[in-house]
Design a protein around this ligand. Structure first.
Ligand SMILES: [Zn+2]
Length: 225
């Protein structure tokens, strides 16, 4: 979708209601995904969609959480290291302290009494928050490509951490073209499978390190429209 078409959008891509005056620009994917140093040196043209200020802000804390909880897994790539610097400096500020404690508490040396091999630490994630943020990105990408709303639903979302094999839903769409203007930060592939499968399948790649699949039921989405 071109910039001028984006300007003429009249509805919020998150709730589907007329934008009215309470509109703001929402980044797809979240601007926090782009490390500050990357923005300074590369001057990326980030993509935005109009959304209600209230709808946008409902996701802000979840987006902060997702960056904070995933950044440590991206520290082996150059852009991931920049992101980790952002997270560390945010943690050192007042509001970041509670986020730091939450993320630190997700690391567990002996989950449920299980003894892990040396150097292995289990990490729990708040899957509901990750699901919300990843599906928001998928809905934004869908709106940008189709100019149509993708209703909120309960998608299947799976993270693929460094060293893990891509799961079947990602393998299924690897033939699709890779998209995303700044693939070292965020790249994606998408395919809609028609009936009888009736699925929207996205695969995201974050910071050259982490993949994430988002699968939603296309028939259910169409019914909700
Ligand atoms: Zn809205």
């Amino acid at each position: 979708m071109s910039k001028s078409r984006r300007r003429s959008i009249a509805i919020c891509y998150l709730c589907g209601v007329d934008l009215g005056k309470d509109r703001t620009k929402d980044h797809v994917p979240p601007s926090q995904f782009f490390p500050e140093a990357f923005r300074r040196t590369s001057g990326p043209q980030l993509v935005t969609l109009p959304a209600h200020r209230a709808c946008n802000s409902e996701y802000q804390q979840d987006e902060e959480y997702v960056v904070a909880t995933l950044a440590g897994f991206a520290a082996n790539s150059p852009v991931g290291r920049l992101l980790w610097q952002d997270v560390r400096s945010k943690f050192s500020r007042d509001r970041g302290q509670s986020l730091l404690r939450m993320v630190a508490s997700e690391f567990d040396k002996r989950p449920a009494g299980l003894v892990l091999p040396p150097r292995k630490i289990a990490k729990r994630f708040n899957s509901a928050r990750i699901q919300r943020v990843m599906h928001k990105i998928a809905r934004g990408l869908y709106f940008l490509e189709n100019g149509a709303l993708l209703p909120d639903s309960a998608p299947f979302v799976r993270l693929v951490l460094p060293g893990e094999d891509p799961p079947p839903e990602i393998a299924m769409i690897l033939q699709e073209p890779e998209r995303g203007a700044y693939p070292s930060v965020f790249a994606y592939r998408y395919k809609k499978f028609p009936a009888p499968d009736s699925l929207h399948v996205w695969a995201f790649w974050l910071w050259d390190s982490i993949a994430c699949s988002v699968v939603s039921d296309a028939a259910q989405c169409e019914e909700a429209l």
